[in-house]
Design a binder for this molecule. Structure first.
Ligand code: SDX
Length: 459
């Protein structure tokens, strides 16, 4: 619907809206009375939503801009129509293109799930073989990327290195900004999936002060990543298949999660028609935050700080008093157990069988038990999320905690790409530019510096 309202009657507007939106019938409307003017409006309801632009016709006079919706942190705002991931937060359901996360973790591989997310269907064997081959032969990065990474401090946080190096990739593929060219888009998608593990492993090796290990095209995606992380003087790195499978499942579990903060960042930055490397770099930056992808690192640090199950009651009292946050618990959408946390818990044993168990597991399971027995948490619907147990697997794999969000980023790259591609191809989408409620001063006269009084305005 255009934003310029012709002077149609409200009924005509509503009908026009309904047909323009291909939306609901006359019955699928909201009758709104503006008590400021006594006018009534019929607003179409489509897919359980109102179009925010339909509010603009509600005015108190000709020079009124019209109503907007105010929704800080987008608690109740749909930013797009998407067919990639379905989440039912109350029921704890997660599906990718209609396939349950449980089935995909049981039967699929990360690269097959990446294909599904990006292409919309499970691949045939030939399609999968070609997809895996293309990604395998693009795992190397330009040697200048190594030099670039050498410029970081020896103890630079690997997630900070990843943000920078993913963005830097855009300088190696200047035609990547031709985002309407399907062929050019396709090769950038392959490169991003292929090179993310290489950049992540290089950041780890830099952090450890160890030489970089180049990709080994004889290894599968997760095994190749383990090789680039841990290969030392052996001629050929041989990943343990149990660790390789656990890692592949972890990448699947982190692949996509509808419009989370980092995906929204990718969509918003991508809406300016920038190249996909720069858009994904924005996603990595958003994921870095401790409330999002950084939570797996904070959750493990929290378990280490608790130190023993006997300290859990005091810790939980600290959470209730607001002195602590229960990291790895709670979710904007899940008001039930995060299905991904359940699956990760199942794979802990396979990793511990190879690498030995972690004393933190007893603390984590007891902490979960006591929290879920406490109505402070159950009333707020705070259940374990994907970040609560994942850190235990990463720790068992020998990763430093600073690498945990990097592991999340590797998995989420397929989701960011799929969501970016869907946004680029969506005719409804344009540059993302929210409105605001202005609360500042108006029409002030400039004051010469000699006449100013000092103000205690915080920077
Ligand atoms: C991810 O969006 C996604 O899909 C994200 C993700 C994905 O796959 O992309 O699933 C990945 O980011 C998982 C979440 C990882 N983050 C954490 O584990 C950090 C700890 N959890 C939170 O800080 C919090 O639960 C959020 C950020 C996840 C959700 O925050 P909301 O939806 O804004 O909820 P809120 O902060 O408004 O909390 C509601 C209430 C508040 O209590 P009151 O002030 O109303 O009394 O619950 C409390 C909060 O204080 N609360 C917590 C808590 N989480 C919420 N109290 C203690 N510990 C917590 N973890």
């Amino acid at each position: 619907m255009s934003t310029e309202q012709t002077d149609m009657s409200t009924e005509q507007t509503a009908t026009a809206n309904a047909s323009a939106n291909g939306g609901g019938t006359a019955a699928e409307t909201l009758s709104v009375t503006d008590n400021r003017t006594g006018k009534t409006y019929e607003l179409p309801v489509t897919d359980g939503t109102l179009r925010a632009m339909d509010l603009r016709q509600i005015k108190t006079g000709e020079d009124d801009f019209g109503l907007m919706a105010y929704d800080p942190a987008y608690m109740n705002t749909a930013s797009c129509r998407s067919a990639i991931t379905y989440v039912d937060g109350e029921a704890g359901i997660l599906q990718h293109r209609g396939y349950s996360i449980e089935q995909l973790c049981e039967h699929s591989s990360y690269l097959e799930v990446a294909y599904l997310l990006i292409n919309g269907a499970l691949p045939t064997q030939d399609q999968l073989d070609k997809w895996v081959y293309e990604i395998t032969i693009h795992t190397f990065v330009h040697e200048n990327v190594k030099d670039f990474m050498q410029g970081f401090r020896y103890d630079a946080n690997p997630m900070g290195m990843l943000v920078a190096s993913v963005g830097a990739l855009s300088t190696f593929y200047p035609d990547a900004n031709k985002i309407n060219d399907e062929q050019i888009r396709a090769i950038q998608i392959i490169r991003l999936l292929a090179k993310m593990p290489t950049l992540a492993a290089f950041a780890f090796r830099h952090n450890m002060g160890q030489p970089y290990v180049y990709p080994d095209n004889d290894l599968a995606y997760p095994g190749n990543f383990l090789g680039m992380m841990y290969k030392m003087t052996e001629l050929k790195y041989k990943p343990d298949p149990r660790l390789e499978r656990a890692l592949d499942v972890l990448f699947i579990l982190h692949a996509d999660h509808e419009q989370n903060a980092s995906t929204s960042a990718v969509r918003s930055v991508g809406s300016t028609r920038v190249d996909p490397y720069s858009a994904v770099a924005a996603g990595v930056a958003a994921l870095y935050g401790p409330l999002h992808g950084g939570a797996n690192e904070q959750a493990l640090r929290m378990l280490r700080r608790i130190e023993s199950p006997r300290n859990i009651p005091d810790f939980l009292e600290g959470v209730k008093a607001g002195r602590e946050r229960l990291m790895g618990f709670g979710h904007r959408v899940y008001k039930n157990y995060d299905p991904r946390a359940r699956i990760i818990k199942k794979h802990l044993d396979a990793v511990f069988e190879v690498r030995g168990t972690s004393p933190l597991l007893d603390i984590a399971t007891e902490l979960e038990k006591q929290a879920l027995d406490d109505e402070y948490f159950t009333q707020r619907k705070l259940f374990p999320n994907v970040d609560f147990y994942s850190g235990l697997i990463y720790e068992a794999l020998g990763l430093p905690v600073a690498m945990f969000p990097v592991m999340f980023a590797i998995g989420r790259t397929s989701g960011w790409i799929a969501q970016w591609l869907e946004m680029v191809q969506d005719p409804e989408q344009k540059i993302a530019r929210p409105r605001q409620i202005y609360t500042g001063e108006r029409d002030r006269e400039y004051v010469p510096i000699a006449d100013r009084q000092s103000t205690s305005v915080a920077p």
